[in-house]
Design a protein around this ligand. Sequence first.
Ligand code: URA
Length: 209
Amino acid sequence: MSNVHLIDHPLVQHKLTLMRRKDASTNSFRRLLNELSLLMTYEVTRDMPMQDIQIETPLETMTAKVIDGKKLVFVSILRAGNGILEGMLNVVPGARVGHIGLYRDPKTLTAVEYYFKMPSDMPERDVVVVDPMLATGNSAIAAIDRLKETRPKSIKFVCLLTCPEGLAALQKAHPDVPIYTAAIDRQLNEHGYILPGLGDAGDRIFGTQ
Ligand code: URA
């Protein structure tokens, strides 16, 4: 599990607990997801490359460090991934955004692609793929398979919640991709939902239950 980063900061854990509660409103679920994503971005971007620039302080010229936000691409797996984007863009407003549309075939639980749009120059970019739930791993694996065709410099995967089955599947398919999560729950149920989990993330974000 060396490439699994469990983000156990108390603020992250507290907000996740509030989100899991079945009586959390759509409004508060969305607000908490936004805050949590912002906090997780802090960990995910910890090793981001920096560059030196010359700036003027009120007193003198200095060489100071900045992140090249434009080289970073946040890739949302539609639709629930969009719930994470806003919080991440609050912290890295210069990042580019890609979208991958995948739906889960309810019978086979396999991922079927219906949309794929990335920025240009992917070989120069570091990619962070976002999806709140890493459950069977099928969507994440299909998304990363497809992304690797564009040859980005690096790929990380960020979710709120996962389970041993999802982690094992993604690590087997893409051992080179670090996984960032706020929790590793007990198991998947027979419908591909994480237990105890938080229910259907898309429905809870968009109020479509
Ligand atoms: N997708 C969800 O939204 N929730 C789960 O528990 C699993 C997959």
